[in-house]
Write a protein that binds this ligand. Structure first.
Ligand SMILES: [Ca+2]
Ligand SMILES: [Ca+2]
Length: 209
């Protein structure tokens, strides 16, 4: 065999070898496809939206030391103002505390407004003569307000989301509302308010942010 012929034969054998391997690999792949299957599932998080992700403010039921929803004016939580019934012009301030909890996973804005109770409407002159101040966790919110000014509402500091610790933390706040009936400047003006009364509701609302 000449050298050239021998190289030709070697080349043919290499091509056969290559073709042979290709066939084996092809069959192997076919067998895998036919005999074995497998699947993996993933989930986009543990849910999109959640029953627990409800935005919810609550007000403290002081008498029972529990938190509650009070969405209707007719079932408003009574905030005790000690000695408010004996108020007279110049008699000094009385105050009550509203505690609010942000029972949700959202940060909440907070607003406070006074609303004249339509079931027991206030005497207009008496209501207008009252002066109010508001503190949030000990810090004054603005200055001295008339009823009309607080009826328009004021903005309080935001509440953090529920921190998982009951009855403490930045998810709750204490609002102290102080009411005063100042001396009206004359006996006649003071006497004009005799026998008058006011019944005012406190509305605290917010928005998730
Ligand atoms: Ca609520
Ligand atoms: Ca808490």
């Amino acid at each position: 065999m000449t050298e050239a012929l021998e190289r030709q034969e070697q080349s043919k054998r290499r091509r056969k070898a290559v073709v042979g391997w290709g066939a084996v690999i092809g069959i192997g792949a076919l067998l895998t496809t036919a005999a074995f299957t497998d699947v993996e599932w993933g989930s986009l998080g543990s849910g999109i939206g959640n029953a627990d992700s409800r935005y919810n403010l609550q007000i403290k039921d002081v008498a029972n030391d529990t938190w509650q929803d009070n969405t209707a004016e007719t079932t408003a939580e009574i905030i005790t103002l000690a000695d408010a019934e004996n108020m007279f012009p110049g008699s000094g301030p009385v105050s009550g505390t509203v505690e609010v909890w942000n029972d949700s996973t959202f940060v909440s804005t907070l607003n406070l407004a006074l609303v004249d109770d339509t079931t027991t409407p206030s005497d207009v002159d008496f209501l207008a003569a009252l002066r109010f101040t508001v503190t949030q966790d000990g810090s004054a919110v603005g200055g001295t307000y008339t009823y009309a000014e607080l009826a328009s509402g004021i903005t309080l500091a935001n509440l953090a989301q529920d921190d998982g610790t009951a009855d403490s933390g930045p998810d709750q706040t204490a609002l102290v509302i102080t009411v005063e009936l100042p001396d009206q400047g004359s006996a006649a003006a003071n006497n004009a308010l005799q026998g008058q009364a006011a019944q005012v509701l406190v509305k605290v609302d917010g928005e998730s942010v």
